[in-house]
Design a protein around this ligand. Structure first.
Ligand code: ATP
Ligand code: MG
Length: 440
């Protein structure tokens, strides 16, 4: 029987309890393994809740990435219950329950322990550097960032436990910080990026008291490690709402804290992100290296053009520009070596596409990064008129049979090379127009 609104309980000090009949989370939408873990904890006499992003996403009708569980059982107690359990983490011990390739993360309630943090655990910027004290569910609620991220789905009666007004925010589609936003952003500046990511991904509004500080505190990101920032950027790239999120990063002055970014590259980036978001909606993957290549292309291009104007040969200019820009970029984000190499190759290929004679085109087609480089070329062609003929040629070449390809290259071999004739004269005069925009 459908219960009435009055069955939602709220005592003076206690939480709002939303019974099963009054919320939309059905067990069929929860991972089987997560349910199994919670039932087992519950049967052993512990409290067990689904918590965080998964509860939020289910209530908003989105599919959660992962299912996290919070409990009052201590890590050792969790380990005793599950054979397939690994305890991980030094700073804070978490239990991972393994089901083949799937992992369910179980965390004991913890507090950020205000007093301890004030005495020992905060750096000069007020950031929390110690985070390892067990607590009650109330403590666990208060250390979370946003109210919509602090809802607990109780396996004991399938109700939702709400200490901070998260259910109201879900209804109003608003993002609201728990506690004082300025202080919470100082404690952990990554929350600036998380705020923007949720705004983009969940299509919700930010409350003015959270937005005010968000607008002003981008400098706090200077104190966050490049490794952690890289992890956040990956989440942004894979969230399926990258276009909106990047626009919000711009709006809140955060984009330059993450990327070597030139506003002149905005149109190219928008085009690329529209298609990658579409890919994610279709369940396909996106290559972070490709997105980095798109973002860095404009600054690399500007630098290479400048080096060329100074007399550096085109290919060398491109290589040097890439080296410098990637170096600057990795000072902000710890991009893994292999990914750096891919970014470099995708950008360098933009130059190699201009060689359409002899064995060049055939060899380029075999390049492991060809597809990504080619995709970037086609995107560029949508906005750079001078390379449209080149991009069209490559489209035909890519789709052609081996014989047709041979014929296309032979035609190119017979064409007089305009570049070669001009090269000497130009280098004496100091070239101003980049070869990257010319075609053979
Ligand atoms: P998603 O997984 O969709 O990116 P999420 O909210 O689940 O979003 P996680 O990083 O998986 O994000 O974290 C799980 C939960 O842990 C969050 O919902 C939030 O309650 C809490 N949390 C994570 N990072 C922070 C943080 N920096 N400060 C405070 N609470 C956090
Ligand atoms: Mg999550």
């Amino acid at each position: 029987m459908q219960k009435t609104k009055t069955s939602q309980k709220k005592n003076k000090t206690g939480p709002l309890i939303v019974p099963r009949a009054e919320h939309t989370i059905s067990r069929s939408a929860i991972s089987r393994q997560a349910l199994q873990v919670m039932y087992k904890l519950h049967e052993a006499g512990f409290n067990a809740y689904l918590v965080g992003g998964c509860v939020r996403d289910l209530l908003l009708g989105q599919r959660p990435k992962d299912f996290d569980i919070a409990t009052n059982a201590r890590p050792e107690e969790i380990r005793r219950l599950f054979r397939n359990c690994r305890l991980i983490g030094k700073r804070f011990r978490l239990a991972h329950i393994l089901f083949g390739r799937d992992i369910i993360e179980v965390a004991t309630f913890r507090t950020h322990h205000e007093n301890a943090a004030e005495q020992h655990g905060k750096s000069h910027q007020g950031m929390i550097v110690r985070d390892n004290v067990y607590g009650t569910i109330e403590d666990d609620v208060m250390r979370r960032d946003f109210r919509i991220n602090a809802l607990y789905y109780n396996i004991a009666d399938y109700s939702i436990v709400d200490y901070v007004g998260g259910m109201q925010d879900i209804k109003d589609k608003t993002l609201h910080m728990i506690g004082d936003p300025t202080q919470r952003f100082h404690e952990d500046p990554v929350r600036l990026l998380r705020a923007v990511r949720f705004l983009g991904k969940l299509n919700i509004q930010i409350t003015p008291e959270t937005e005010g500080p968000l607008m002003k505190l981008s400098h706090l990101l200077d104190h966050v490690s490049p490794a952690r920032l890289f992890q956040e950027v990956l989440k942004i790239f894979q969230g399926g709402a990258t276009l909106t999120t990047i626009h919000l990063l711009e709006k809140y002055h955060l984009i330059k804290k993450l990327f070597i970014y030139s506003p002149a590259g905005k149109t190219l980036l928008d085009l690329a992100l529209t298609s990658t978001d579409q890919r994610i909606r279709e369940g396909k993957t996106v290559s972070p290296a490709f997105l980095f290549a798109v973002i860095l292309w404009q600054p690399v291009f500007e630098k290479a053009t400048w080096l060329e104007a100074e007399g550096t040969p085109a290919y060398l200019a491109m290589e040097q520009a890439l080296q410098q820009i990637i170096k600057q970029q990795t000072e902000r984000l710890t991009i893994p070596r292999l990914m750096q190499l891919s970014i470099r190759e995708i950008c360098l290929m933009q130059h190699r596409f201009t060689y359409r004679r002899g064995g060049h085109p055939h060899r380029l087609l075999e390049h492991p990064r060809f597809r990504a480089g080619y995709d970037l070329l086609l995107l560029r062609a949508q906005i750079e008129a001078p390379i449209q003929e080149l991009a069209a040629w490559w489209q035909t070449f890519y789709a052609a049979s081996f014989e047709q390809r041979e014929k296309m290259v032979q035609e190119m071999n017979q064409k007089p090379s305009s570049n070669k004739n001009n090269r000497k004269r130009k280098s004496r005069k100091r070239r101003t127009k980049s070869k990257l925009t010319q075609t053979e």
